[in-house]
Design a protein around this ligand. Sequence first.
Ligand SMILES: O=C(O)CNC(=O)[C@H](CS)NC(=O)CCC(=O)C(=O)O
Length: 277
Amino acid sequence: MSNNLAQCQTLVKKAAEAGAKALFLPEASDYIASSPDETLSLAQPVARSPFVLGLQDAAKKHNISINVGLHEPTSPPSGCILNTLLWIDQSGDLLESTRYTKLHLFNLDLSDTVPPGPIMKESNTTQPGTSIMPPYESPVGRVGSQICFDLRFPEPAIRLRRLGAQILVYPSAFTVPTGKMGHWETLLKAQAIISQCWVIAAAQCGRHNDKRVSYGDSMVVTPRGEIVGRLGRVESTEEKEGVREPELLLFDVDLGVVETVRKNIPLERRTDVYPEI
Ligand SMILES: O=C(O)CNC(=O)[C@H](CS)NC(=O)CCC(=O)C(=O)O
């Protein structure tokens, strides 16, 4: 975890030096464990997590906001963790109203494919969130929060847009097989087009441990569905053994595009035919 903090702090410094107002880090930036027991044992309460405190210091020192995904224990402890997304502002402060808990948990069984793919059961270790968190103001626009597997569900994206989001974030640790199926790129573009929001998707990339590899390909998509920046997916050598060094993707969020695309292609919902979300 201290290595992850050091890597994140390096990215904070580089992003600030490049003039960025905000840095978007992936889901589970604190650690990716190799067993459910390890996932549970490493989770630290946000208020005294050295990982969070270290990022708060870095945000303040470099005057930059940070959006970061991590694990935290439930309160009271329940033998489960929460998959959490935090916004740390440029003064290093955490706002309770920006703390999102992942709604949809990722259960995957690709054991019947050739060659056999992974079996994952996030619901064994994780307690899902119970609400869509209203978008909040940030120096780059109004942010609607989602995490990784939430990407497969259009309802929260539509709801977040209706609540005023201009940006949707999908910090992720996507699996290699589902990334290779094209789901990652397709869904990010689809959510951008459907919600007419910017989509910012910071992704874990490369090998974490014996059992886990992440697909990568951090991406930024405009509200028109154009990919304006990406970092590339894990290469096959890295998939086998390689650890990827963290990379930075610099981009401008032009909020004018949000207004323009919504004016050009109005999406009037038929709530007389189906329920409003
Ligand atoms: O495990 C942790 O510690 C952090 N959490 C994750 O990495 C989560 C749950 S396993 N990953 C995903 O949701 C990937 C979804 C995905 O790959 C898809 O929808 O295809």
